[in-house]
Ligand binder design. Structure first.
Ligand code: PBG
Ligand code: ZN
Length: 333
């Protein structure tokens, strides 16, 4: 018998029509709730600074951010991830300005809650933007990470953002056991039912964070982050980190970066199908795509990549392309 004439071998009859194609891609739609927009918040309320390494990305003072968000929320934006940047507040060994009342994130949260009552507000929790040494945890005298002091400090910062009005606290530091410390802090302040913990559970020591570190001025002064961020080749550590964070009470998980790590996304989704899974499409990925062609090519490439991220198991994609995506999916450019 001729194999190629056999009806069960004909696939094209299943996807020649656009509606049929939709049925072949059940979980890959890109709707506003599948997108989270990272924003950089400056101390100076009226500042507006373009980021040279990231086309169309700005650093905002709160007044400028509110203006930008008004537009984006009208276009359907559902959630943001806030990064604080300090320029006049001092950086010290313990990252004191991460949770002072003058911290830009702490000051902005009540205003954002009031102005955008339906917008989901996530705060990145880390020490690197605030420490003099630029590491994500605290250091012992010999320069190694002080694990106990780090998790305690990270939990304090997370609690401060939670008290100021964050719906989600998202620790990106990769210190062991910080999820447990944060959850316990939330419980002891009766906030555990009002604040989610989004763990950067599977965050790799990637070379694709360069533009972000320039933007945030958060590079380590000495050494690198390979003793806490995961080795890019290790699926095993990613699985153990996700399992540990789930056991400690993480509400949502994350794989970061996205595109080279879609195998990790699929494994993590299969390992924990009941936890929403985020991808962070990082600054280096953004720069590569944004510079990868004319605007039509950028748009089709971007939508293909997002579709593939959804297919791999991502529920939400954190991306600097959020404004463009909202324009594309709403059909308004
Ligand atoms: C810092 C942090 C980084 C990113 C988010 N939080 C950089 C790093 O870990 O060195 C990367 C985001 C990006 O590249 O877009 N904790
Ligand atoms: Zn950090």
């Amino acid at each position: 018998m001729n194999l190629f004439s056999s009806p069960e071998h004909i696939l094209q009859g299943g996807y020649f029509h656009s509606t049929l194609r939709k049925l072949q891609e059940p979980n890959t739609s890109i709707e506003p709730h599948n997108i989270m927009y990272p924003v950089f918040l400056l101390e100076n309320d009226n500042a507006l600074q373009p980021v040279s390494s990231l086309p169309n990305v700005n650093r905002y003072g709160i007044n400028q951010l509110m203006l930008a968000l008004k537009d984006l929320v009208a276009k359907g934006l559902k959630s943001i991830l806030i990064f604080g940047i300090v320029e006049t507040l001092e950086k010290d060994a313990i990252g004191s300005s991460a949770d002072t009342p003058e911290n830009p994130v702490i000051k902005a949260l009540p205003r954002l809650r009031e102005a955008f009552p339906d917008l989901l507000l996530a705060c990145d929790v880390c020490l690197c933007p605030y420490t003099s040494h630029g590491h994500c945890g605290l250091l012992s005298a010999n320069g190694a990470i002080d694990h106990g002091a780090s998790t305690k400090r990270i939990a304090e910062v997370a609690l401060a953002y939670a008290k100021a009005g964050a719906h989600i606290v998202a620790p990106s530091d990769m210190m062991d056991n910080r999820i447990k410390a944060i959850k316990e802090a939330l419980v002891s302040h009766k906030l555990e039912n009002q604040v989610s913990v989004l763990s950067y559970s599977c965050k790799f020591a990637s070379s694709m964070y360069g533009p972000f570190r320039d933007t945030m001025k958060s590079s380590p002064m000495a050494s690198d982050r390979k003793c806490y961020q995961l080795p890019p080749g290790s699926a095993g550590l990613a699985a153990r980190a996700a399992a540990r964070d789930v056991a400690e009470g993480a509400d949502c998980l994350m794989v970061k970066p996205g595109l080279p790590y879609l195998d990790i996304v699929r494994r993590t989704k299969d390992q924990f199908p009941n936890h929403p899974l985020f991808i962070y499409q990082v600054s280096g990925e953004y720069a590569m795509i944004a510079r990868g062609g004319d605007s039509a090519e950028v748009q089709t490439t971007l939508m293909e990549i997002l579709t593939c991220m959804r297919r791999a198991g991502a529920d939400c994609i954190i991306t600097y392309f959020a404004p463009l995506i909202l324009s594309i999916i709403s059909g308004k450019h």
